[in-house]
Write a protein that binds this ligand. Structure first.
Ligand SMILES: [Fe+2]
Ligand SMILES: [Fe+2]
Length: 203
């Protein structure tokens, strides 16, 4: 088996795991959302990032599953009350805004004095919804399923201090971390997944 064939096999298994988990929530509208992911978006082919963690096809689905495992562990470790359904919804969908967002662009480079063309991931500079990262995910999710208030908070603050620089954002984020500790744990789970569990492929 080649490396590409192994990756394709991993992607297929992770897609199945992702869909089964999402379906297990039985949230109103979930089948329409699954249909969107499978048939109207590139979710299962998309990378998690263009240059950093999991920058390969299937990287976004794998990242979402990594966040699910880390978040679930942290919630259990700190004995925070949060339904399994909410753990699944927030983990698997927090980066929905990355659907139809990454594109492969042709670039040229000189290797040993010879020019060659290669493909590099880059981002869509004008997504259909001109909203920042977390708000765009929330808007997209809510066009298919309802979100509970805590789930919306968790997704809104999932970038932690990197989600906004203004004074009001930082104050409210700290308040959310204090009053709803699951929001802090989710930020940690997302960061742990990106920095510890996932790798960056060089071109
Ligand atoms: Fe994100
Ligand atoms: Fe993420």
């Amino acid at each position: 088996m080649t490396t590409d064939q192994i990756r394709a096999e991993v992607n297929r298994a992770q897609k199945e795991e992702f869909i089964a988990l999402l379906r297990s929530t039985e949230r109103d509208g979930i089948e329409n959302l699954i249909n969107y992911l499978e048939n109207k978006s590139d979710f299962f082919e998309a990378p998690a990032a263009s240059k950093f963690h999991n920058n390969f096809e299937g990287g976004l689905c794998e990242h979402s599953l990594n966040v699910y495992k880390n978040f679930k562990n942290l919630i259990e470790m700190k004995q925070i009350e949060l339904d399994e359904e909410s753990i699944v919804i927030t983990s698997l969908l927090h980066d929905l805004c990355k659907c139809n967002y990454y594109i492969k662009e042709e670039r040229n480079r000189k290797v040993d004095g010879v020019w060659e063309t290669y493909l590099q991931w880059t981002t869509n500079k004008s997504p259909a919804l001109p909203l920042p990262h977390a708000s765009r995910s929330i808007k997209m999710i809510k066009s298919y399923i309802p979100l509970k208030f805590t789930e919306e908070l968790i997704i809104f603050y999932h970038m932690g201090p990197f989600g906004g620089e203004d004074y009001e954002y930082r104050n409210m984020m700290q308040l959310a971390f204090e009053k709803y500790p699951a929001t802090l744990l989710f930020y940690l789970a997302d960061t742990m997944s990106s920095y510890i569990d996932e790798k960056t492929l060089e071109d």
